[in-house]
Design a protein around this ligand. Structure first.
Ligand SMILES: C[S@@+](CC[C@H](N)C(=O)[O-])C[C@H]1O[C@@H](n2cnc3c(N)ncnc32)[C@H](O)[C@@H]1O
Length: 236
């Protein structure tokens, strides 16, 4: 798919597995029963172990294969600058936090529902970002307005198409709203999205608030996954 402001094609949502390691969460298949779920989880773990990006992540010391997605996005758009302040929503196990620090960010605050092993140089909060007050807590830890807001948040799907769709859009809207409220002028926002996740309302808002908005499908994002990333650059 072209990343030039393309409208994502409509496809069935995929379900993130609830088990296994955190690396690559959000890339599983739709599961219906306990048996198929456990079979699917086993397949997911097997796939993780043989996946080229997961192997590279282990070899290079990244906590997740997701790290390569941000590296790729940043190679292309140069979003992380030396001295940047970065917020990372849905940060576990910490691949994107590692990337932000490696690329010179001076302050990184991450949040996740799951605990994250400490990463020197980063403040990591275990909380539901959608809960009142968590955004304020993160801003206090960051010590100033962010230059970059990242969101790789992915919920555990329930298997009901409309419900999952609403949950995905809700997470993107909450992340986008936070980015618009807090980013410095000239700041950037990156959010996970899914082809078929009709983020029309959010897109309209982002286009009004940022100079450029693009869809990107990184090489390291699984081809069979509906995952894409929204990259909104230069907050007006
Ligand atoms: C694909 S993983 C993130 C991987 C991460 N970017 C990395 O590089 O390691 C998605 C994460 O979003 C988190 N998440 C989902 N909903 C959330 C919420 N409401 N608040 C905080 N974290 C959330 C999940 O717990 C999960 O760990």
């Amino acid at each position: 798919m072209s990343d030039e402001e393309a409208k994502p094609e409509r496809r069935r949502m995929v379900r993130p597995p609830s088990g296994g390691t955190a690396a690559g969460r959000g890339m599983g298949t739709k599961m219906k029963t306990a048996d198929t779920k456990s079979m699917s989880s086993q397949q997911w773990i097997k796939r993780q172990l043989s996946d080229k990006w997961s192997e590279r992540a282990r070899a290079e010391g990244w906590r997740s294969r997701a790290a390569f997605k941000l590296l790729e996005i940043d190679d292309r758009f140069h979003l992380i600058r030396a001295g940047s302040r970065v917020i990372d929503l849905g940060a576990a196990p910490g691949g994107w936090v590692q990337v932000a620090l490696k690329r010179g960010a001076k302050a990184v605050v991450g949040v996740d529902l799951l605990p994250i092993e400490p990463i020197p140089g980063a403040e990591l909060v275990q909380a539901d970002f959608t809960h009142p007050g968590v955004d304020r807590q993160m801003m206090d830890l960051l010590g100033g307005p962010p230059d970059l807001v990242l969101s790789d948040m992915a919920h555990n799907t329930v298997g009901h198409r409309q419900t999952d769709h609403l949950k995905i859009i809700a997470l993107i809207e909450i992340a986008a709203d936070f980015a618009i409220r807090t980013l410095k002028p000239g700041g950037h926002f990156v959010s996970k999205n899914f082809q078929g996740g009709d983020a029309g309302g959010v897109l309209t808002r982002l286009r009004a608030e940022f100079e450029t908005v693009k869809y990107v499908k990184p090489e390291s994002s699984r081809k069979d996954s509906a995952e894409v990333f929204l990259v909104a650059m230069n907050r007006r």
